[in-house]
Write a protein that binds this ligand. Structure first.
Ligand code: SF4
Length: 380
C-alpha cells in the first residue's frame, strides 16, 4: 500500500531556459479546471487503490506556489478529502519559487498542513540567475525565506545548481557561503543538464552556450561535497545534503523503490508493481478526466521481478548508505551476490563500489561517476 503521494502542479510564471519539466507558462491557463480534474483523479485513484496512512506528500511542479490562496484552499481540501489519514510525523512538502510565496499563501499552506518548503534558488548571483532564465532576484530569495520563517516554516530546503553557463568556482563558493548563512536544514545541488526542446539546447547546438568544462564542473561538485561536510551537512544522496533528521522522507520513498501515488499532468506513480505516466498536456489531461471520466494515463506497465531487482540497486545506490544484503534477501528471498555478483565484483575492482559484510555502497569515485555504476545494473 502506498504511503507517499506526489502531485504535480504544472504552471510557472515563465519558462526557465534549461527546463524540460512538464510546466507551462501560467498566463491564460485553466487553473481551476485543472484542479477539478486533479480532484477527480484523486477520487478515481483511491477508489482503485485505497490509501494507507500517508507518511509524505510532495507537491511539485512547475511552481505550485503560483496558485492563488483560493485555488490553494480548493486543492488542499481535495487532498484532505481523498487522503484523510496522515501519520503524525507526516512530511508535507511544497515546491516554491522565490517571489511567489506571499504571506497569505504561506498562511494557507501552513493551515492545511504543509510543513516543508523546497525552494528553487539555484544561485546567489543576479546575473547568473538571469542567464538561466530565472525571474527571481537574490533579494527575493531572502524575502521569501524570511516570510516563510515568520509564518513558522522551519524545515526549508533550497536547490542550487552547478555547471551553469558563465558560472565560476568563485561564484559557486559564494553561493554556498550565502546558502550556509541562511542556516537551513537541507540543500539539494544539481548539475545542469542540457535537455532537448529547451532554449539552452538550441544555444548549445549553435555552440553559443558558455558552459564550464567537464573538469570545472567536477571541481564544483567536489567543492560542494567538501563544504557541505565541513558545515555539518550529511550527504545522504548524490545530490542531497541534510542536517541529521532532515533527510527528505518523500524522496527516500523513491530511492527505496517503494510505492507512491502520482497525480497530475505528466506525473509518474508506482503502485502494486505497476508504474504509470500521465498525459502531459493540460487540456488533454483535463478532458480525459472531466469529459471522458477516465484516468489520464499516457503509459502504464507492470514491473517484472527482474526489473524490480535492478531498480532496487540503481535507486538504492543513489543513497550513500547503499543497499544491504539483508534488505535484498528479505525482499527477493535470494542472495544479492547470486544475481549481481559479477557486476558487484567488477565495480569494486574499478574502485566505484565498496562492499563490506553488510552490503554495498558507492565509493567517493562512485559518487562522482554514479551513472557508470547504475548502468551496470540495467538489464540482466
Ligand atoms: S521554475 Fe522550475 S519548473 Fe518552472 S520553468 Fe523554471 S525550472 Fe522549470
Amino acid at each position: 500500500m502506498a504511503e507517499a503521494v506526489y502531485i504535480h502542479i504544472p504552471f510557472c510564471t515563465n519558462k526557465c531556459y534549461y527546463c524540460d519539466f512538464n510546466s507551462y507558462v501560467l498566463e491564460g491557463q485553466p487553473v481551476m479546471e485543472y484542479l477539478k480534474a486533479l480532484e477527480l483523479e484523486m477520487e478515481k485513484t483511491v477508489k482503485n487503490n485505497p490509501p494507507a496512512q500517508i507518511k509524505s506528500i510532495f507537491i511539485g511542479g512547475g511552481t505550485p506556489t503560483v496558485l492563488t490562496p483560493k485555488e490553494m484552499e480548493y486543492f488542499f481540501t481535495s487532498i484532505h478529502k481523498y487522503f484523510p489519514q496522515w501519520d503524525s510525523h507526516i512530511e508535507f512538502t511544497m515546491e516554491a519559487n522565490p517571489g511567489t510565496v506571499e504571506k497569505d499563501k504561506l498562511k494557507v499552506m501552513k493551515e492545511y498542513g504543509v510543513n516543508r518548503l523546497s525552494m528553487g534558488v539555484q544561485a546567489f548571483q543576479d546575473k547568473l540567475l538571469s542567464y538561466i532564465g530565472r525571474i527571481h532576484t537574490v533579494e527575493e530569495v531572502y524575502q521569501s525565506i524570511e516570510a516563510a520563517q515568520r509564518i513558522g516554516f522551519e524545515n526549508i530546503s533550497i536547490d542550487l545548481m552547478i555547471g551553469l553557463p558563465n558560472q565560476t568556482e568563485e561564484m559557486l563558493k559564494e553561493s554556498l557561503q550565502k546558502a550556509f548563512q541562511l542556516q537551513l536544514p537541507h540543500f539539494s545541488v544539481y548539475s545542469l543538464k542540457i535537455e532537448q526542446n529547451t532554449l539552452f539546447h538550441t544555444l548549445y547546438e549553435k555552440k553559443a552556450l558558455a558552459l564550464p568544462t567537464e573538469d570545472a564542473e567536477l571541481q564544483m561538485y567536489l567543492i560542494t561535497m567538501e563544504e557541505m561536510l565541513a558545515k555539518g551537512y550529511n550527504q545522504y544522496e548524490i545530490s542531497n545534503f541534510a542536517k541529521e533528521g532532515y533527510e527528505s522522507k518523500h524522496n527516500i520513498t523513491y530511492w527505496e523503490n517503494e510505492d507512491y501515488y502520482g497525480l497530475g499532468a505528466g506525473a509518474h506513480g508506482y503502485i502494486n508493481n505497476r508504474r504509470h505516466e500521465n498525459i502531459k498536456g493540460i487540456k488533454p489531461y483535463i478532458d480525459r478526466l472531466l469529459k471522458e471520466k477516465t484516468l489520464p494515463r499516457a503509459n502504464q506497465f507492470d514491473i517484472s521481478i527482474e526489473e524490480k531487482k535492478e531498480d532496487m540497486l540503481m535507486l538504492g545506490l543513489r543513497m550513500l548508505d547503499g543497499v544491504t544484503f539483508k534488505q535484498y534477501q528479505q525482499l527477493f528471498k535470494e542472495d544479492m551476490q547470486v544475481t549481481f555478483g559479477t557486476q558487484i565484483r567488477k565495480l569494486v575492482q574499478a574502485g566505484l563500489l565498496i562492499e563490506d559484510e553488510t552490503g554495498i555502497r558507492l565509493s567517493k569515485q562512485g559518487i562522482i561517476y554514479g551513472n557508470e555504476v547504475f548502468a551496470e545494473f540495467i538489464s540482466l
